[in-house]
Design a binder for this molecule. Structure first.
Ligand code: BES
Ligand code: ZN
Length: 627
């Protein structure tokens, strides 16, 4: 309500007297605040705008035998006058009872279950209700949870659990207003088996305790998709005062070494975008079945161990998740249709952080790899596919379908184009203000474009004519004014590649100065009709089949499939058995399914590998390999 009054003040052309009076009131600042009634989140049944769920107190137990979380979610709410029910999101969840703060039972009902959205939990409110306590249990197909057997961990001795709540999976483990525009603070008490450590996207313990009961506190308002939990045989290693690494003991030392730059990285990010507002920044290195690269859970990034290349060459993934501490966690996409605001900004920031740390030529490589990814994605989906728009309409669809390369690579390129058009100084200034003014708020595409116009682009009419905002944001395909970056490092690689393809020998390639990105460019760009002899030659000199760098290995295996280079298959199989990262699995299985022999191999591998994959990855791979 407060927000909409402010917005009206703003809309009716700022500072009418009545609003001005309010602005003198310290509590209420007049700024360009989003009117919450201006947008609809189609992916949530909940009614946070009317009920204001401000704080969650979670009291849960984690049962590995039953693979179940059970307990109570206590919601402090602040309903508007006359609102007689609170609606929370749930999916595949058992609700045992709902009580008011005084212990009396509340009337509640679960709505019909929708396959994507789950079932709305309607709880009746009394005029004085300020708290409702929902007692619940998770069920088998809670898509946010991955329960690992000891055999699926590095240590092989203890089980492991982690959550992945983005985009709409928190509702499978916490009955909640599961809309990215609904923010709340939380505290939690989590009981886990003795000998295991529990961590959340909150103030965290650094050591195990004897009773297995851990408490957590998140004092900043966050959306539900950023609530996270991990439980396992986990230990901590400090990097500096405010940063550190958590991992299983078996990979802790390796992880801490690979990530010993994260303290500096937070400083670098702060120098670009303003103060880091979350207190500590730690990284949790997960077992290899983690289905994605990383997840920006506040204060505690969850990361795939596939970035442990041994040479820090894949730590841009950490830069990415850290960058979300501004884009995404501080200013959050209001709906999943606006997902590019989270990921496009973050990819842009990731490149800026890496540029600040490793220089322009390095960043240019990241931009070039981005461009290749974007061109590949648009080719696959078709240049006129609505999925290739930055703003997407995901109504009636699973919002996870918006998790394509488009919001990342097209989104970041759009921002790069603005930077190039207005100049870095003005753009950076704009960004710092944008994050500052909208901290802990949600953002729609329309609002952002309006804000961009008012606070930056209106300064010079030529700028808008150069950028073509609508083509970028609402149009399909890749706009003609894509801001391609020339890149001396890749140009040097291209020259060598040309010589190699034209009959040169692998041993003559000058690769001493190549880092992982040059190799990714090289292997990713080699022609798919390369002869077996050439593949053998490369392998003999560089042992690519056994590359320890997951990104290079993945590209090499893909090329091996396309060139029928069978020598690489055993290593590829091993890779597919242990790695659960969908970005790596998808292209390999898809490629195998293109031929009869490949199909047979894919099915054989998949049968063994499938139990290792996250439930959602299983679903996605089932579509490729089985159906
Ligand atoms: N927030 C995303 C992960 C995500 C997106 C999970 C949508 C579920 C739905 C995260 O920040 C991310 O982008 N991860 C990338 C890392 C990369 C771009 C460096 C990934 O996992 O590949
Ligand atoms: Zn991201």
């Amino acid at each position: 309500m407060k927000k909409s009054i402010l917005a009206i003040c703003f809309i009716t052309s700022l500072l009418t007297t009545s609003c001005q009076n309010k602005s003198e009131d310290k509590e209420i600042e007049i700024q360009e605040t989003i009117d919450n009634s201006e947008y609809t989140d189609w992916h949530s049944y909940s009614n946070p705008k009317e009920t204001n769920p401000e704080h969650l107190s979670l009291d849960i137990a984690v049962d590995f035998d039953k693979q179940q979380i059970s307990g109570v979610a206590k919601w402090k709410i602040n309903p508007e006058k006359g609102v007689d029910k609170v609606i929370l999101d749930t999916r595949n969840m058992q609700i045992d009872s709902v009580l008011y703060a005084d212990g009396n039972r509340a009337n509640y009902a679960l709505g019909e279950a929708d396959e994507i959205l789950g079932a709305a939990l309607h709880v009746s409110l009394l005029p004085e209700t300020k708290e409702i306590n929902v007692y619940y249990k998770t069920l088998e197909d809670a898509t946010a949870l991955q329960w690992l057997e000891p055999s699926q961990t590095f240590g092989k001795k203890a089980p492991f659990l982690y959550t992945q709540s983005e985009s709409i999976h928190v509702r499978t483990w916490i009955p909640s207003p599961d809309s990215p525009g609904a923010r709340f603070t939380y505290d939690a008490t989590v009981k886990v088996p003795e000998g295991l450590l529990a961590l959340m996207s909150a103030e965290n313990p650094q050591e195990k305790n004897e009773n297995g009961v851990y408490t957590f506190q998140m004092n900043e308002k966050i959306p539900g998709y950023l609530v996270a939990l991990a439980v396992g045989d986990i230990e901590f290693s400090a990097v500096d005062e405010r940063t550190g690494v958590y991992a299983e003991p078996a990979i802790l030392e390796m992880s801490a070494k690979e990530l010993d730059g994260i303290g500096k990285m937070v400083n670098t990010a702060e120098s670009l975008y303003g103060k880091y507002r979350w207190g500590r920044y730690d990284v949790l290195m997960l077992p290899s079945g983690f289905p994605i690269g990383g997840m920006e859970n506040p204060r505690l990034t969850f990361a795939t161990p596939t970035i442990l290349a041994g040479d820090k060459s894949l730590t841009n993934l950490i830069a990415h998740e850290l960058a979300h501490s501004w884009s995404g966690n501080l200013v959050t996409n209001a709906t999943w249709n606006d997902f590019w605001l989270n990921e496009g900004f973050t990819t842009y920031f990731e490149h800026r952080i890496m540029e600040a740390e490793r220089g322009e030529d390095y960043a240019a490589m990241l931009w070039n790899l981005s461009e290749r990814t974007l061109r590949g994605a648009v080719e696959d989906m078709g240049a006129d596919s609505p999925s290739s728009q930055l703003y997407v309409d995901l109504k009636n669809q699973d919002p996870d379908l918006g998790f394509t390369d488009i919001p990342y690579e097209k989104g970041s390129a759009f921002l790069m184009l603005i930077e190039q058009t207005v100049g870095r100084k003005k753009w950076d200034n704009f960004l710092i203000n944008y994050f500052d003014e909208h901290a802990f708020q949600s953002m729609t595409t329309d609002y952002f474009l309006d804000y961009l116009d008012k606070n930056l682009l209106s300064e010079n009419e030529e700028w808008k004519k150069t950028i073509h905002i609508d083509t970028w944001v609402f149009g399909t395909g890749i706009p003609e004014n894509y801001p391609h970056l020339e890149n001396p490092l890749f140009q040097a690689v291209d020259k060598q590649m040309e010589a190699f393809i034209q009959g040169g020998k692998a041993a003559d390639l000058k690769t001493d100065s190549w880092g992982a990105q040059e190799w990714m460019h090289f292997v990713g760009d080699l022609p798919t009709n390369l002869s077996i002899e050439k593949m053998e030659d490369l392998d003999a000199v560089f042992d690519l089949t056994n590359s320890k760098n997951s990104e290079i290995a993945d590209l090499w295996y893909l090329l091996a499939l396309r060139t029928n280079y069978e020598v690489a298959y055993p290593a590829m199989k091993e890779f597919l058995y242990v790695t659960g990262r969908e970005k790596f699995l998808d292209p390999l299985y898809t490629e195998m399914m293109k031929t009869e022999n490949g199909k047979k191999m894919a099915k054989e591998i998949y049968e063994i590998a499938r139990p290792n994959y996250h439930p959602l990855t299983q679903k996605a791979m089932d579509k490729i390999v089985i159906e």
